[in-house]
Ligand binder design. Sequence first.
Ligand code: CA
Length: 227
Amino acid sequence: MNEYLVLVVEDDKPIRNLITTTLKMNDYRYITAGKGNEAIMLSASHKPDIIILDLGLPDIDGVDVIEHIRTWSDVPIIIVSARSEDQDKITALDKGADDYLTKPFSVEELLARLRVIQRRLMKTENIPVTEFVNERLRIDYISGCVYLNENELHLTPIEYKLLCLLARNAGKVLTHKYIIQNVWGSASENSEASLRVFMATLRKKLDDNPQVLIQTHIGIGYRMMKL
Ligand code: CA
């Protein structure tokens, strides 16, 4: 039996059944909720390890559910949304959701997202905070040095900040807005364009071509993969 307990929040029965059948076949434990308030109660009482959350719910909005849960818990949340809810998806990521699936999605896609989160849950338990290692990449937080295959990289302060932010949130999709606020402190008109430029030079230094380490989510943001 899988040790992870998944809370599935979805009011659409066929989709909920698809998700729970997939979880069952892959030995996950799960509980379900069809409403947002029920989801909040269940996450408090059962403390799930992962939450799969539909954004369009009959009582309260999925974004409100995230906001509520984030006041006491960092549990990974995967949003499930329809294509028409793209703006909501970005808001949900800004409120602290970790990842998203757009309907219709395949069960393979769902399982892949769960594996990303599980790897993160496993690794955060024994990561020493003074160092970040992701395959060829190593960040020594104490000296502020970054190494690729143990060769030191020369990053500008902004590039270093950007890399550390992505590393700290590895496995998680970060929106443009979130990155800009955390790296530059505030957003200006051209900040998305400058983010793209900094990301391009950072990728070049990281030799990240094709984009294996840092994924682009067009119109949404970026994610550092756990390799
Ligand atoms: Ca729905």
